[in-house]
Ligand binder design. Structure first.
Ligand code: FES
Length: 94
C-alpha cells in the first residue's frame, strides 16, 4: 500500500524540507533532523500503528527525542494521517 502521495516534483527530491510544499509529498524528507527520521517512517508509523499524539510518534520512531524542534512538524503529520476515530479505548490505564 502506497501511504505517501507523490508528485512529479518529488522525483528529484534531495530530502530538503525547503523543497517540499506539503506533508506527504516527499518520503525522504527528514522530519526529525536530530534523529534522521524520514517522512516515510513517520507516516508509516502513524498509519500502521494508529498513533495519535506526538508522544506516541516519539516512542515509536524516536523522532522528536532530540532538540524538540520538530514537534510542530510531527503534529502536522498527525493532523493529516492520524485516524480521526474517537472511539474509546477498550482498556483504560490506571
Ligand atoms: S529535529 Fe527532531 S528532535 Fe531535533
Amino acid at each position: 500500500m502506497d501511504l505517501l502521495a507523490t508528485t512529479p516534483e518529488t522525483t528529484t527530491c534531495t530530502g530538503s524540507c525547503a523543497t517540499c510544499p506539503t506533508v506527504g509529498s516527499c518520503p525522504t524528507r527528514l522530519v526529525c533532523r536530530c534523529l534522521q527520521v524520514t517522512e516515510e517512517t513517520v507516516i508509516t508509523a502513524i498509519v500502521s500503528l494508529g498513533l495519535r499524539t506526538v508522544k506516541q510518534v516519539r516512542e515509536a520512531t524516536a523522532a522528536g527525542t532530540g532538540c524538540n524542534c520538530c514537534h510542530r512538524e510531527i503534529a502536522a503529520y498527525l493532523s493529516v494521517y492520524a485516524s480521526s476515530s474517537s472511539s474509546p479505548a477498550i482498556c483504560s490505564a490506571k
